[in-house]
Every structure is written in C-alpha cells, then in structure tokens.
Write a protein that binds this ligand. Structure first.
Ligand SMILES: O=P(O)(O)OC[C@H]1O[C@](O)(CO)[C@@H](O)[C@@H]1O
Length: 187
C-alpha cells in the first residue's frame, strides 16, 4: 500500500475513535483537573509520552502539574489529582500508583480503552477512548486497527487530551496568547 494511503487510513481510524468519546466524561475530567491544587500525570511507554505532552500544556495554562517519577515531583495529597493514561488499565506500576493515590485520598482520573479494568475500578473519573489495546491487536483488534500494539490509543490520547486543553481554556476564558508567556525559553 502507498505511504499516503497508510496515513489516510490512520486518520480514518482516529476520526472514528475520537468521535466516540463521551462529552460528559470529558467535561467531568476537565472539572477534576481544574479543581485540583496539584495535578500528577503518569503513563507507561508511549502512553506516558502523551501524558508528558499534556502535562506541558497544563503547565502553560498556569496549573501546578508534575509528571510522576521526575526528580522534582512531590508527594500527592487529598487536594490533588492523579491522571493516568493507560489503554489496558492494567499496567502494574500504574495500578500501584492508583492504589497509593486513593489511600492518600486523592481522586484518580483515567483515560483508557477499558473502563472496567483494575485502574478503571479504582478511578473517580474515566474517559473512555475506544481504540484497541496492545494485547488485542494480535487477535480481535485487527478488525479495529491496522496499526501495531497501542498506536491508535496513543494517537487518540494526544488529540483527545488536546481537546481537553481547549475545553479547559474555554472554561477559564484563556487564549493561546495567555499561555505563550509560559513557554520554555531555555530551548
Ligand atoms: O497504555 P498501557 O496499556 O498502560 O500500556 C503501556 C505500554 O504500551 C505501549 O505504549 C506500547 O504500545 C508501551 O510503550 C507501554 O509499555
């Protein structure tokens, strides 16, 4: 198949996936994030990279945000919010984080393919992104995506979380210009 046809097929998969996100779930996630004193973001591998991209935008919105595992990340408390990005909702390190945050009284948010997962059951608020999980692509996921492992979920995460940023900017009456002043200048 041609390279541009592959790209066109990926875009079709993404459009189908993103159009199934529930607006009310996105709104609830935005409200939790804006209500938190501090936001902690985590995900494994490529899901985590998308989480980091989201954390950058939260910082540029003027929110106090940390990526879990960084040297400057403090402890979580009940006034904070933990946002986990996990297609499967079963990644071991993230399950442990969700348990610890819950024990500390912090609400947990999850963006996932599987709201019924272990993390989904621990979470206070969930956004379902109906892509195909990395373990499914070898079998039933083939019907959902031509892409390997969690690619469709990870792409959906990036765009879905950018939509979440726009939602929160609207809620706060904020523009891109307001945020640009916080862009890194040591690059
Ligand atoms: O999103 P999940 O299910 O927590 O899985 C994360 C894992 O999936 C991958 O993103 C692969 O698609 C890995 O980089 C990472 O180990």
């Amino acid at each position: 198949m041609s390279k541009t046809q592959y790209a066109a097929d990926i875009l079709k998969e993404l459009e189908r996936t993103l159009s199934q996100i529930d607006d009310a779930e996105m709104q609830a996630m935005a409200e939790h994030i804006l209500a938190a004193e501090q936001i902690f973001v985590a995900g494994a591998g490529r899901s985590g990279l998308m989480g980091k991209a989201f954390a950058m935008r939260l910082m540029q919105m003027g929110l106090r945000v940390y990526v879990v595992g960084e040297t400057v990340t403090p402890g979580i408390s009940s006034k904070d919010f933990l946002l986990l990005c996990s297609g499967s909702g079963e990644t071991g390190s993230l399950v442990a984080m969700a348990q610890k945050a819950s024990q500390a009284g912090a609400p947990v948010g999850l963006i996932t393919i599987k709201p019924e997962s272990t993390i989904g059951k621990l979470a206070t608020t969930v956004v379902r992104l109906p892509a195909s999980a990395k373990e499914d692509t070898a079998t039933s996921g083939a019907a959902v995506t031509i892409q390997p492992m969690g690619s469709l979920f990870e792409q959906g995460l990036l765009i879905g979380m950018d939509a979440l940023i726009l939602t929160m900017m609207e809620m706060k009456g904020m523009t891109g210009a307001d945020m640009f002043g916080r862009h890194a200048n040591l690059e």
